[in-house]
Design a protein around this ligand. Structure first.
Ligand code: FAD
Length: 467
């Protein structure tokens, strides 16, 4: 067949999974083509996900911390907010990273083809570029086409109804904002808009916000954040919405539903993400896609077609960038002939709210449900010199150990910088550490990270008092 490009590996999608796979494959000496429909590399995470949201969350945290200094005797005036400048700052952060990726692709001689790709048979991909169709012949392929946000069918097509991508555009700051779906993405965006002055409502079908995290962690966040919300509607759902001149009128149903429709200036739908498996012509390559659009893979990230791998959001939960990156490395290494496997024991989760909530491994809820006997070590930050000095001692660090062996099985942290702290717990689980290993590791004082050593000492029954 005639192909415009011939390569060892084609990677479809340039998100964290795709670019990591492409770079690793190139580093291992393979000829790589990376296909991306957007003009920049980085996928959801860099362009409209992890990175822009964290840029805005940092601004929000500094803004609120500055205001909190009144208690230290230092007062700033009312903040004046220039949304255009804030948006430009966020866009600058994103382009710094996406340009960096383009440079890294070039340095590795990865050929980037910009356009939408579809499989046409098990060894060819067709890309619709702005200069016409390009055909790429490949020996192996890595599908990294990611996911997109789920749209609720009854929400009106209106600029005041947005998904996370729309919310990150920061068109204006609403007076009243409804967050549909009380998960990480919804609550992170809510944190940003609240810091900029919006009042929040949140509606969640389940019985608690931030599903997946232990309730004791979430409770600390709830207490600190209660004042941002007018209504927290749990076990409730939106059933209808109408766009009117004065706002979007939303009707609710369920346990905590207001009897009347409520009016909002902005409605954010954050009810989850759906994989793009059904949109890439997978059937032409013989790759099986589930009804929901996921692609099933083995521990070498192989699909049912052995020379075609899949990674990232498209292969399933948790839909997180760091999972996609690791899967990308495995797929590339396997194609390069290495015996690599995705064998991570655990994948950490972080909500970059204020305070942050981070957890990894078994949760207390899961331990209870599954009948796993665990010992718990909990260190309240009210006893941490650093947290007190920071004026943020509401948090705590919790570790869960196998009651029989003492091995660490899980951990949760709520507090400022929890996401940066959880890495140590992840490492401890991967290394099979026990409470003594962690408790006898000397952590620098005074740091928040010390709380991990303290929690281990609590579990081990040899708590020392260190202010
Ligand atoms: P994606 O990043 O979705 O990339 C897939 C790429 O494939 C896209 O660029 C897409 O354009 C391209 N593509 C798809 N189909 C085609 C086609 N047919 N032809 C050409 N190109 C195609 N995760 C974290 O770990 N930490 C966070 O803090 C975090 N924050 C988030 C905040 C928000 C608001 C959102 C929405 C997500 C966040 N995530 C976060 C999740 C994270 O973004 C995803 O898990 C991650 O991007 C998945 O990477 P991926 O490589 O699987 O796919």
């Amino acid at each position: 067949s005639s192909a415009d490009l011939d390569c060892d590996v084609v990677v479809l999608g340039a998100g964290p999974g795709g670019y990591s796979a492409a770079f690793r494959a190139a580093d291992l000496g393979l000829k790589v083509v990376l296909v991306e429909r957007y003009s920049t590399l980085g996928g959801v995470c860099l362009n409209v996900g992890c990175i822009p949201s964290k840029a805005l969350l940092h601004t929000a945290a500094v803004l609120e911390e500055a205001q909190s200094l009144a208690a230290h005797g230092i007062k700033f005036g009312e903040p004046s907010i220039d949304l255009d400048a804030l948006r430009a700052h966020k866009d600058g952060v994103v382009s710094k990273l996406t340009n960096g990726l383009a440079g890294m692709a070039k340095a590795r001689k990865v050929t980037v083809v910009t356009g939408s790709g579809q499989f046409v048979d098990p060894h060819h991909l067709q890309v619709e570029t702005k200069d016409g169709i390009q055909t790429i012949k490949f020996a192996s392929a890595i599908i990294a086409a990611g996911s997109q946000s789920v749209k609720l069918p009854f929400l009106p097509d209106d600029p005041r109804v947005v998904d996370s991508t729309g919310a990150l555009q920061l068109a204006s700051v609403p007076k009243r904002m409804l967050i549909v779906g009380g998960g990480i993405i919804g609550l992170e965006m809510g944190t940003v808009y609240s810091a900029l002055g919006a009042r929040l409502d949140v509606v969640e079908m389940l019985s608690g916000l931030m599903p997946g995290a232990d309730r004791d962690l979430v409770k600390v966040w709830e207490k600190m954040n209660a004042e941002r919300f007018d209504h927290i509607m749990l076990e409730t759902k939106t059933v209808d919405a109408k766009a009117d001149k004065d706002g979007i009128w939303v009707t609710f149903e369920g346990k905590n539903a207001p009897s009347e429709p409520q009016c909002y200036d902005l409605v954010l739908q954050a009810v989850g993400r759906a994989p793009n498996g059904g949109r890439i012509g997978a059937e032409h390559a013989g790759v099986q896609v589930t009804e929901r659009g996921f692609i099933e893979v083995d521990r070498q990230m192989r699909t049912n077609v052995s020379h075609i791998h899949a990674i990232g959001d498209i292969v399933g939960q948790p839909m997180l960038a760091h999972k996609a990156v690791h899967e990308g490395h495995v797929a590339a290494e396997v194609i390069a002939g290495k015996k690599s496997f995705f064998d991570a024991r655990v994948i950490p989760s972080v909500a970059y709210t204020d305070p942050e909530i981070a957890w990894v491994g078994i949760t207390e809820d899961e331990a209870r449900k599954e009948g796993v006997k665990v010992d718990k070590g909990l260190f309240p930050w009210a006893a941490s010199g650093r947290a007190i000095a920071n004026g943020r001692d509401e948090g705590f660090t919790k570790l869960l150990f196998d009651a029989e062996t003492g091995r660490i099985l899980g951990g949760g942290i709520v507090g400022t910088h929890a996401g940066d702290l959880i890495g140590e717990v992840v490492l401890a689980i991967e290394m099979g550490a026990d409470a003594v290993d962690i408790g006898k590791t000397i952590h620098p004082h005074p740091t928040l990270g010390e709380s991990i050593g303290m929690a281990a000492e609590v579990a081990h029954g040899s708590c020392t008092d260190l202010p």
